[in-house]
Design a binder for this molecule. Structure first.
Ligand SMILES: *Cc1c(COP(=O)(O)O)cnc(C)c1O
Length: 455
């Protein structure tokens, strides 16, 4: 059959409150045109993030009831541990409440101000945790990964020659570990090939540097390897996942992504000395080492989520729905980042709205209009988010994008058809869109709480 169907049926539903354009215009005014300030029940289709927004399965809801809330040694922890180790066989496993807590603990233990941490592209919380130790967070993604229009099957790949050069010039002793983010979120959810993971490992071995994987979307990455890399078409996803992690010495993970859960994360590694220090740090900041800031039931939900996320019918549907939106809006002429990544479609707002200069935030204008016309909430990733320099001056960000992140298992194809219709409708009326300005902005992270208006 050609038609890819949602590999689930719906047992419990949550109504979407329908709103009119007039109501949404009022909501926008009340929110000062900042989509983070909207009440989410005023949103029809919420594509703000794929983080923590997954629908849980009936089995996961059942597992919640089995959750054991013992302070120490809960069976929930051992079910979680077994599920993680089935995919990622590292020696030491440290549960945390989110991915960033794992990052914070790891870098507090391994990094200091004389260090640098290379990565294909650091996710923003990863970068912030590296930099809060005074260390340098260095992005070394391949050139194609920085070009929105270039097609490449593995745009998340590490630039191997650049990594080698960087380590030689910086000195291996200043690099406590190297990271690889799969898929490369900040680069558009682009995958990393198995060959590239292997080559990164070889470079790390040459200089005796441990390799850690930022594993948030490991299953989506494995699916892309199966689809696109020679030699993997007939391999079970679970074997691809295991091979990916076999090249690493540890990982950080947010269970809010490919854990198919609403909260959770972990840190895993083979180095015993680091693990002992990380556990001590965990107990200080998160909780005891068998729950790490989570309740027992959360650990059970993650254990089941990890079984479900590597099922091939799920991954086929997951990636197909992202590609579906990308293909249809692209065919209507909407400029997008190509190829579409795993979890999101990125609209190139600068090319969508060439009449709006970057310092009038074309991405914000587009994101606001998608909400106004269709009740869709996306996220500006551009000059509003990144354009304010620490000295208070502004400059255009590298790109002005609107990210439409697709929550896992939440929306059906009809919802995606609606998204396509709204985006193409806004595209047809694009010349009527106006630029925006900040009327109030905090000195940092202004996109979260700043207030906008039209210029
Ligand atoms: C979400 C994310 C993180 C941080 O995880 P949280 O659970 O949000 O703290 C780290 N790295 C990547 C690539 C992510 O997508």
């Amino acid at each position: 059959m050609k038609t890819i169907i949602e590999p689930f049926r719906i047992k419990s539903v949550e109504p979407i409150r329908m709103t009119s354009v007039e109501e949404r215009e009022q909501c926008l005014k009340d929110a000062y045109y900042n989509l983070f300030t909207l009440h989410s029940d005023d949103v029809l289709i919420d594509l703000l993030t794929d983080s923590g927004t997954s629908s849980m399965s009936a089995r996961q809801w059942g597992a919640l009831m089995e959750g054991d809330e013992s302070y120490a040694g809960s069976p929930s922890f051992y079910r979680f541990k077994k599920a993680v180790e089935h995919l990622m066989p590292f020696k030491y496993l440290i549960p945390t409440h989110q991915g960033r807590a794992a990052e914070s603990i790891l870098f507090t233990v391994v990094a200091n101000a004389s260090h640098a941490i290379p990565n294909n592209t650091h996710f923003d919380t990863t970068r912030a945790n590296v930099e809060s130790q005074g260390a340098a967070a260095v992005d070394l993604v391949i050139e194609e990964g920085r070009q929105p229009e270039t097609e490449h099957p593995f745009k998340g790949n590490m630039d191997i020659a650049a990594l080698d050069r960087f380590i030689r010039e910086r000195g291996a002793e200043t690099i406590p570990l190297c990271m690889l983010t799969v898929t490369n979120n900040s680069g558009g959810g682009q995958p990393v090939s198995m060959e590239n993971i292997r080559q990164t490992r070889e470079i790390c071995d040459r200089y005796d540097i441990p390799l850690f994987i930022d594993a948030c979307r490991f299953a989506e990455n494995a699916w892309f390897i199966k689809l696109r890399e020679r030699g993997y078409a007939d391999k079970p996803v679970i074997d691809i996942v295991r091979e990916m992690f076999s090249y690493a010495d540890g990982c950080t993970m947010s269970a809010k992504k490919d854990g198919l859960s609403n909260i959770g994360g972990w840190l895993a590694m083979n180095n015993e000395d680091w693990a002992v220090e990380c556990r001590n740090r965990l107990i200080l900041t998160e909780g005891f080492s068998t729950y790490g800031g989570l309740s027992g039931r959360d650990l059970d939900a993650i254990a089941v989520g990890l079984e479900e996320v590597v099922q091939e019918d799920y991954l086929r549907y997951r990636i197909a729905s992202t590609q579906y939106v990308a293909r249809h809006i692209s065919e209507a002429g909407v400029p997008i980042m190509k190829p579409a990544g795993g979890h999101a479609v990125y609209i190139d707002a600068r090319r969508f709205l060439p009449h709006i200069p970057p310092l009038q935030y074309p991405g914000q204008s587009l994101a606001v209009e998608l909400y106004r016309q269709g009740g869709i909430r996306g996220c500006e990733i551009g000059t509003a988010m990144f354009g304010l320099r620490p000295d208070g001056m502004e400059e255009p960000a590298h790109m002005d994008l609107v990210r439409l992140a697709i929550p896992r298992r939440m929306y059906t194809q009809a919802h995606m058809d609606y998204v396509v219709e709204v985006v193409t409708g806004v595209f047809e009326s694009r010349e009527s869109l106006r630029g925006m300005k900040f009327v109030r902005q905090p000195p940092a992270l202004r996109h979260f709480t700043g207030r906008f208006d039209y210029v």
